[in-house]
Design a protein around this ligand. Structure first.
Ligand code: GLC
Ligand code: CA
Length: 545
C-alpha cells in the first residue's frame, strides 16, 4: 500500500497579513512570503497553507472574497501569486490555498446583482427568503424566515429592502451564503477551484465546509441547552444546529469535490469542520477515503496537557482515522488562542507537544509563530480589528476565558517575530496593521536559530527525524501499556521497522524498565537509556529502536 504525499506531509499555516511585509506598508504580503520560504524550508516543513489573499474588502481579512480569481492589491499581484507557487515548488515544497466556498463578500458583484431585485440573472445565487409573516409587514412587523442562529451568534438572517427579503449568512452579516443548490453557482465555484489547480496549486483548505448546504425547507432548529458552539459541536446559542449545518448534501459535496481535484492528480484537501469526530470523519468518506483527503479535528485545540488526555485522544483519533484514512494533528490556528496559552508559557511543554505532533500517526499542521512559542496578545475588544468581538463588548473578558472561547482573534494574529529589530523585522512601516507583541526581543526566529536548545531548533530536529524515518510518516500506531502514569508511549511500525516514542508529561523525572538498546532521538538531551531502563527527565522524551 503506498501512502499519498498528502497523508505524509507536514503543514505550516501562513496568515499572509502577518507573516512578512516586503513593501513596508505595515501589512504582510505575497512577496514577503516568498522572501521567507527558505526559513520554512530550513525548519523542514513540506507544505504551506496560505490563508486567503484574494480580492476582498477585508472586513474579515480575506475570508470575505469579492473576486476569487484576482489578488487583493495589498497582498500583491497575480504575478506574485504565480511566483509564490513557483518558488514554493522550486524548494521541493507544496502549496495549499484557502478556498471559501460557503460565502462571498457582500461586495462581490454576484451579491450586488443578486440583492438588486427579485428578478435578475443572479437572483437565486444566494439564499433569499421572504419574511415569515407576509401580512405582518403591512402592520410594521417583520419576522425572520426561521430561528437559525449564525455561527458567531444572533440570527443569520439579514434584511435587504431592495428585495423585501432576507438573505442568510452563516458567519457574519457581510458574508452572504451562496446557494449551492443552484447548479450555476456550483459550476462557477468548481471552475474557480479548477482555475488555481491548473496554475499548479497542490491543494485547498476548505473554509467552513460543513455549512455549505442547509436544510432545503429551512426547518427551525430544535432547542438545545448549550450557550456557545464548541470545537466538537456546532450547536450553541440555545439551539442544535440540526438543519443549518452538516447536511447529507455536504457529505456528497466532499466526494464530488474529490472527483474534481482528482482530475489534477494527487491533490490535498483539508476541510474545516467543527463537529463530533464521527461527523468529521464522514467528510473524508465512509468506507474508503473518497471524500476530502483530510479533515481537521478541532476538539484537540482544547487539549489538556496530560498523558491520559493524549492517550485517550490518540486512541480515539486512530480508531476513527484508521487506514486508508489519516488524521490531522492541530493545536492552534488563526481563530483560537495559541497553544502556549494552555501550556502556561512553559517552553519545555511546548517541545513535548511538538514531539507528540510530529511523531504521532497523522499530518501535523502548525500555525505560524508556534515554532517560536509566540504568545497571544491581550487586546481590548472595543479596539479590535476583528469584527467578532464588537458583538460582545457588553460581556466581561473573564466570562469568555472561563468558557474557553476565543472571541477577539486579533490576539493570535500579531506580526511574525523575525528578529529584535524594529517591528520584530516584520515591517519597516511606522505602524503595523496589528501591534507587534512586546515580547519580540526575546521571542524571535533569529535568536532561537542561534540557540541550539530553542523550541525552533527542536522543531527542526523533530521534522528532520520525521523526514528521515519513513516509519514516522507511514507506520501504524500502537499505544504502549504498563508505563508510569504520566508517561505516554507508542510504537510506530511498518513491515520492516519499528520506533518507540516515549514522552514524560510529568515535571518530575520518570524511570522505567524497557527492553531496547538503541536510542535514536532525545528531546532535551538529558534523557538516558541503559541496558534495561529508560530515564526521562521532567517533560523529557525519547525515541528508541
Ligand atoms: C473560518 C475561518 C475564519 C473565518 C470564517 C469565515 O472559520 O477560519 O477565520 O472568519 O471561517 O470565513
Ligand atoms: Ca505589504
Amino acid at each position: 500500500m503506498t501512502i499519498p504525499w498528502y497523508h505524509k506531509t507536514t503543514i505550516y499555516q501562513i496568515y499572509p497579513r502577518s507573516f512578512m511585509d516586503a513593501n513596508g506598508d505595515g501589512v504582510g504580503d505575497l512577496r514577503g512570503i516568498i522572501q521567507k520560504l527558505d526559513y520554512l524550508k530550513d525548519i523542514g516543513f513540506e507544505a504551506i497553507w496560505v490563508s486567503p489573499f484574494f480580492a476582498s474588502p477585508q472586513r474579515d481579512f480575506g475570508y470575505d472574497v469579492s473576486d476569487y480569481l484576482s489578488t487583493a492589491p495589498e497582498f500583491g499581484t497575480m504575478e506574485d501569486a504565480l511566483q509564490l507557487i513557483e518558488e514554493t515548488h522550486r524548494r521541493g515544497m507544496k502549496i495549499v490555498f484557502d478556498l471559501v466556498l460557503n460565502h462571498t463578500s457582500d461586495q462581490h458583484p454576484w451579491f450586488l446583482e443578486s440583492r438588486s431585485s427579485r428578478h435578475n440573472p443572479k437572483a437565486n445565487w444566494y439564499l433569499w427568503r421572504s419574511p415569515s409573516l407576509p401580512l405582518g409587514e403591512g402592520l410594521g412587523v417583520r419576522v425572520k424566515p426561521n430561528n437559525w442562529q449564525s455561527m458567531t451568534g444572533g440570527s443569520g438572517w439579514h434584511y435587504a429592502g431592495e428585495r423585501g427579503q432576507y438573505y442568510w449568512a452563516s458567519f457574519l452579516p457581510f458574508q452572504p451564503d451562496l446557494n449551492w443548490r443552484n447548479s450555476e453557482v456550483k459550476k462557477t465555484m468548481f471552475d474557480i477551484a479548477r482555475f488555481w489547480l491548473a496554475k499548479g496549486v497542490d491543494g485547498y483548505r476548505l473554509d467552513i465546509f460543513n455549512t455549505i448546504y442547509k436544510n432545503e425547507e429551512f426547518r427551525d432548529n430544535p432547542f438545545a441547552f448549550k450557550l456557545a458552539p464548541t470545537p466538537n459541536d456546532p450547536s450553541g446559542f440555545l439551539q442544535k444546529a440540526k438543519y443549518s449545518q452538516d447536511q447529507p448534501e455536504s457529505f456528497d459535496l466532499a466526494r464530488e469535490f474529490r472527483k474534481l481535484t482528482d482530475e489534477f492528480g494527487k491533490i490535498l484537501t483539508v476541510g474545516e469542520v467543527a463537529a463530533a469526530r464521527e461527523v468529521v470523519r464522514t467528510y473524508a468518506g465512509e468506507e474508503t477515503n473518497d471524500g476530502l483527503t483530510l479533515v481537521f479535528d478541532f476538539e484537540m485545540l482544547q487539549f489538556k496537557f496530560t498523558a491520559e488526555y493524549f492517550r485517550a485522544l490518540i486512541e480515539d483519533i486512530d480508531r476513527h482515522f484508521s487506514p486508508p484514512f489519516m488524521p490531522v494533528y492541530v493545536f492552534s490556528n488563526l481563530d483560537k488562542r495559541r497553544s502556549i496559552h494552555r501550556l502556561r508559557d512553559d517552553i519545555r511543554k511546548a517541545k513535548l507537544l511538538a514531539m507528540l505532533q510530529f511523531t504521532v500517526r497523522g499530518v501535523p499542521c502548525t500555525y505560524y509563530g508556534e515554532e517560536l512559542g509566540m504568545t497571544n496578545l491581550d487586546l481590548p475588544f472595543k479596539n479590535a480589528l476583528d469584527p467578532i468581538p464588537h458583538k460582545y463588548t457588553f460581556a466581561p473578558r473573564l466570562f469568555f476565558d472561563l468558557m474557553d472561547v476565543t472571541v477577539n482573534r486579533d490576539e493570535v494574529r500579531t506580526p511574525m517575530q523575525w528578529d529584535e529589530s524594529r517591528n520584530a523585522g516584520f515591517s519597516v512601516a511606522e505602524k503595523t496593521w496589528l501591534p507587534v507583541h512586546p515580547n519580540y526581543p526575546t521571542v524571535n526566529a533569529k535568536r532561537e536559530n542561534a540557540d541550539e536548545t530553542s523550541l525552533l531548533n527542536t522543531f527542526k530536529r523533530l521534522l528532520k527525524f520525521r523526514r528521515e524515518n519513513i516509519t514516522m510518516q507511514e507506520g501504524l500506531l500502537e499505544l504502549l501499556n504498563g508505563l508510569p502514569k504520566n508517561v505516554l508511549g507508542f510504537i510506530r511500525k511498518t513491515a520492516s521497522e519499528e520506533r518507540i516514542v516515549l514522552m514524560n508529561f510529568d515535571e518530575r523525572e520518570n524511570e522505567f524498565p524497557l527492553d531496547s538498546s538503541e536510542c535514536v532521538f532525545k528531546l532535551s538531551g538529558n534523557e538516558e537509556l541503559d541496558q534495561k531502563a529508560v530515564r526521562l527527565n521532567g517533560f523529557g522524551g525519547m525515541i528508541v529502536k
